[in-house]
Design a protein around this ligand. Structure first.
Ligand code: ZN
Length: 203
């Protein structure tokens, strides 16, 4: 068993190592809560425990954890999402707070002083890479493998995955930690990650 095989097995098992980062996409009140402004609803709520477990595992390993979170300004006439979706994740609103026990966990970290391996990343487009310094941050930290989690599998997670692929990052998707309001879109996206982006899909 050589080093490459070991790396491959670790990846398939979804294990974290140096160079891995967990990107938690849009797990906010507006995207998850029953009365969120653009909610995934039940499928989003159902990943809460798996997602929190995954975040805790990365924290225990002192691996990078990035919370990539949509931010919008009300009725921005120049934003491409304005005609497509109702207003959501508006700046300085509770809708942008992380949802449920994930939110409680994050606020607990904040109260004790956010650890240096945790990054909050405001994003204004589907992809966490679009218009942000995420790539620079990951490169300078030696990250080569991105574990993608959060919502929606077929929108913001998908666009983040496509950019990650184009930038040469390896991708791992834990299927229990991603969700969409659209079951067909969710299934399609998981297959696309595997067959077109070379992602390891683990559960
Ligand atoms: Zn948005």
């Amino acid at each position: 068993m050589n080093e490459t095989d070991d790396l491959q097995r670790e990846k398939q098992a979804g294990h974290r190592q140096q160079g891995d980062a967990l990107i938690v996409v849009d797990y906010t009140y507006d995207f998850i809560a029953v009365d969120g402004k653009l909610t995934c609803g039940l499928p989003g709520q159902e990943i809460e425990t798996a997602l929190l477990t995954q975040i805790r595992q990365f924290m225990e390993d002192h691996a990078w954890v990035v919370f990539a979170v949509d931010v919008h300004d009300p009725e921005d006439p120049y934003h491409p999402e304005t005609p497509l979706f109702p207003p959501h994740n508006l700046r300085n609103t509770a809708g942008r707070e992380l949802y449920g026990r994930v939110g409680e966990y994050y606020r607990g970290l904040q109260q004790r002083g956010l650890p240096s391996n945790v990054l909050w990343l405001d994003k204004t487009r589907y992809s966490a890479f679009a218009g942000t310094d995420l790539e620079l941050k990951l490169r300078t930290r030696g990250v080569h493998t991105l574990h993608l989690a959060g919502v929606c599998t077929d929108i913001c997670v998908l666009h983040t995955a496509v950019d990650a692929y184009n930038l040469g990052f390896s991708i791992v998707v834990h299927e229990d930690s991603v969700a969409s309001f659209n079951p067909a879109g969710h299934t399609w996206a998981l297959e696309h990650f595997r067959t077109c982006l070379g992602a390891h899909i683990v559960s």
